[in-house]
Every structure is written in C-alpha cells, then in structure tokens.
Design a protein around this ligand. Sequence first.
Ligand SMILES: Nc1ncnc2c1ncn2[C@@H]1O[C@H](COP(=O)(O)OP(=O)(O)OP(=O)(O)O)[C@@H](O)[C@H]1O
Ligand code: SF4
Ligand SMILES: [Mg+2]
Length: 388
Amino acid sequence: MKFIDKIKEKFFKKDEHSLSVRDERLIARNNRRAMKEFEKKKNRKNVPEEEYLSQMKDENNIVEFEGLKTYFFTDVGTVKAVDGVTFSIPKKSIVGVVGESGCGKSITSLSLMRLVQAPQGQIVDGSIRFAAKDGKVYDIAKMPVSEVYKIRGKEIAMIFQEPMTSLNPVFTIGQQLDEVYELHFNDKDKKKAKEHSLEMLNLVGMAMPENVYKCYPHELSGGMRQRVMIAMALACDPRLVIADEPTTALDVTIQAQILELLKNLKERIDGSIMLITHDLGVIAEMADYVVVMYAGRVIEQGTAEEIFLNPLHPYTVGLQKSKPVVNKKVDKLYNIPGNVPNPVNLPDYCYFRERCDKCVKKCAGKYPETVWVSPTHCVACYRYAERH
Ligand SMILES: Nc1ncnc2c1ncn2[C@@H]1O[C@H](COP(=O)(O)OP(=O)(O)OP(=O)(O)O)[C@@H](O)[C@H]1O
Ligand code: SF4
Ligand SMILES: [Mg+2]
C-alpha cells in the first residue's frame, strides 16, 4: 500500500457507509476482471448459431425472460439492477411493467435490446428468449453483439420517455425517417423512402406531414416528437415495441392521444408492446398483463384484472392505495413508508420487509419463493406460501 493511502486509512475516520482504500482497490480490481471477461464473450466473432438458439417454453409467447441478471460493476460495488427476473410477453398483447423509480424496469428492457451501458453494465446470467420472424428462437442474452443487429430495430423497436434524446438534433425528421426505410427495406430509392415516411407521419395523425418532414426535432412540440418516434417504430414493422415511459413528459390530453396511437400501433404491426410506466392509470387503460417489479425482482405478476381486482403483494396493494381516485376525497394521499433498499447491499430476506406492515413469522427467513395462485397470477410473499 502506498504511503499516502496508509495516512488516509490511519487519520480519516471511516463511517459505516464509506469504503477503505483497500476495499476500493479490491472492488476496482474485481470489476476490471469481470468486465474484461464479459466484454470478451460479447465481442466474439463467428460464434456458431447453436450457442444462442433456443426453444420457447410456450409457443404463444414472443419473449420469455428467465432468471435475467443484469449488474453494474461500479466503484462502490456491484449494483444488482436486475436480479433474477422471470416473466413472459405473450404474442399480440400489451404487458405493463410497473414499479418505483430505480426498480430495474428500464434496465430489463435495455437488456432485451442489448443496450445496457457497457462495460460497467453486463448481463451476467439468465435468458431472454425471442421468437423471431424467421421462425427461430434466439436467446438474446447469449448472442454476440455482432448478431444482435439482426433483431434490434428490425424486430424490436423502442420508444423512449424523452424523444429529444433519441432523435438526432442535426438531421431533419424526413432524413431520419427515410434512413429507417432505407435500412429496413435495403432500398436506396429516395422518392420511395419519402413516400413511405410521409405515409408513416400520416398514420400517426401528424397534421401537415410535408412540413414536419422538413423540420428539425427542436422545431416540434413534445407530443409531435413522440408521434415521430411512433412513426419510426411503425416504419420498422417490428414484432415487439418497448415503450419506456412514453407519456411521462407529455400533458394529459396529449398523453391520451399517444396511448391511443400505441394501441393502434399494436393492431397495425399485429405484435406486442412492453409498456414501462410508474403510472397505474396508464397500465389499467392499456395492459393485458401486469408485471410488478421491486428492487430488481418481479414480486407479482398477473392479468390486469388479477392485479387490479385482487392485488396480493403488500407492495402492489400499497402502490394502488397511493394512486389518487376521482370522486374519492382523502385528507392525505397514502404513501408507502421507507425507501427501496440499496441495490449494492441487498439483504438476504424479503426486500420489502423494512417497509411491510403485513409481516408474518416466516418473513424473518430468506427471500420468499414465487407462489402461483392461478395459472397467470404469481406472487413472491410468505403470506401466500402456506395456502398453495
Ligand atoms: N449506468 C449505470 N451505472 C450504475 N447503476 C445504474 C446505471 N443505470 C442504472 N443503474 C441502476 O440500476 C437500477 C435500476 O435502474 P432503472 O433505470 O432500470 O430503474 P427504473 O425502474 O427504470 O426507474 P425509473 O422509473 O426512474 O426510470 C438503479 O438502482 C440504478 O441506480
Ligand atoms: S414476505 Fe413478508 S415482509 Fe415480504 S412482503 Fe410478504 S409479508 Fe411483507
Ligand atoms: Mg426507467
């Protein structure tokens, strides 16, 4: 250890949240080793297809996440952003993913697109099975990066919360839409590309598409930009659209229009939507199935009816109680007490225990197993373990 480090350790008092110089070095060394290994695996060339071909457990699903673990190797330790997530997206359905900020919703979707910020962020375990148009099932989590381009953008499209960050500010909307056409149809005919782009803008209800075609992103309103993003998703003719908080940055009337457009988009592509939001109202309006996440894990999932009419996990119940209801006067809106646990040092018992007012004796034990209470409804909570 260097002299300066020795001085630091000796004279600067260590509190329980700080790391010693030795700890920091150890973390950095382990991180470097882990990241190097994962990056090497990801960037391999000429990987035989058999290594990442798989089989769906249920032919009616388009995506199956199984035991997905996506970690970030940071200077303060390993952040377990997604820690063993298992759920499916059935064909031609809308699956809503809901949960508090930081619970891993976006990282789950970014793992599916293989867009997790590397080298810190890595899929360390699990499978993401995707039923592609060519009839094959790819395990996206195991695909080398060079192969992911076959699927990303072509079969899976993504719509983000703030479209300004995903549209390129130095190109016109027309240029960006034309590029999607050119890449997707492998056709360099400018006239055809423009016709197609204008058709897409028309389809998403854009007034004066010819004008919008010539605009730069900053010349459009937030709602118009989101419509452009939906037009782009439509232009790719994907089988699955991931919409990550697509209406959060919009005002309520525009929100309703965008949600309607998303529903139309689903019908038009005859595919599925993974809708990420923290707004239960949006989920109730849109989703066929609901997945509730908490601290990187799925704690409950079921059909929209099951989750809204019969929520089981105390966290899901709390989420619903904290939603304002029209015609119901309350002095103070309910809020779930406490905070989500630190993702670096997750406990080995139920992550919700510190905030739960429904604890039973068994809750002192290890993290609860998932219990299926109907063929579509499951929950990870000890209160239901003994009944089934
Ligand atoms: N680049 C990164 N480096 C380190 N940790 C990260 C990084 N990106 C995300 N995380 C961590 O991963 C966890 C999950 O983040 P994620 O973005 O998936 O949350 P979310 O559920 O989408 O939240 P929100 O509703 O606020 O969008 C968080 O604890 C976050 O701090
Ligand atoms: S397992 Fe126990 S602590 Fe965890 S949510 Fe259920 S009742 Fe609460
Ligand atoms: Mg997010």
